[in-house]
Design a protein around this ligand. Sequence first.
Ligand code: ZN
Length: 245
Amino acid sequence: MRYGIFGDIHGNLEALEAVLADMEAQGVTHPLCIGDLVGYGANPYECLEIVRALGCPVVRGNHDDWVTQAKNPTSFSEDARRALDFTRKKLNPGQLNYLRRLPYVKLGDTWTLVHATLDGPENWGYVSTRLEAETSFLYQKTSLCFLGHTHRPAVFIKDHEVRPIEFRRVDVHPERLKVSRKFLFNVGSVGQPRDGDWRAAYAIYDAKSEIVELRRLNYDIDRAAQKILKAGLPESLSKRLFKGE
Ligand code: ZN
C-alpha cells in the first residue's frame, strides 16, 4: 500500500491537479485527505468534487467547517472572510452537506488523520512547537499521525522525548531503535504553502518500506493566481501564492 496524504488545498485547482498527477506517477494506491478543501482559492467547487470523487478518507478542516456556517468567525482576517463569502456562494447545498458530514478524526490501522491537533480537533489549535506536539501525542493511539493546518511541512518524533526531525525521507520502522516510537507528520499544503516554498506539498507513506517522503511540485501558479484576481478575491491572496506565505 502506498498512501498519498494531502490537504490544505484551499480551492487551488492547478495545485491539486499537479498533486493528483504526481500521486498517479508515484504509484499511490490510497489517498488520504487532511481537510481544508476550500477557502482562499478560486475553484472550491471543482476541488471539492475531485476530492469527493476519490472516495478516500477525508477529515474536516476549519475552512470546511466555517463555510457551512451562516456567520464568519471573528478571528478571521478580512481577506479570509471575503474568501469565505465567495466560497459559500460557489458551493451548492449538496456540497455544503458533504462538508458538514466530514469527521474531525479518521483512524486507520497504523495511522490517524486530523486537520489541526488530536487534543480538541474542533478547536483548530496549531502544532508548531515541541510542547504542542507533546500534547497532541497524548491522544495519538497509532504510530503515525498525519495533519496540516499550519501549511508548513514538519515532523515530530516521540520516543524517550519529543523532538522535531527533518522531513524529507523518514524511516518509521519502529524496531530499528528497539523502542516504540510515534510520529506526527505535518504534510504541508497543496494550495497555499507558507514555508517560503511556493510549490505544492504532500506526502507519500509506503507501508511496505515504512518510509514517509515529502513531495514538492511545480504547478501552473500563474493560472491559479490569475483566477483569484478574476474572481474578485483579494489581491493579497493571489500574491501570497508566489511567496509561499
Ligand atoms: Zn488551511
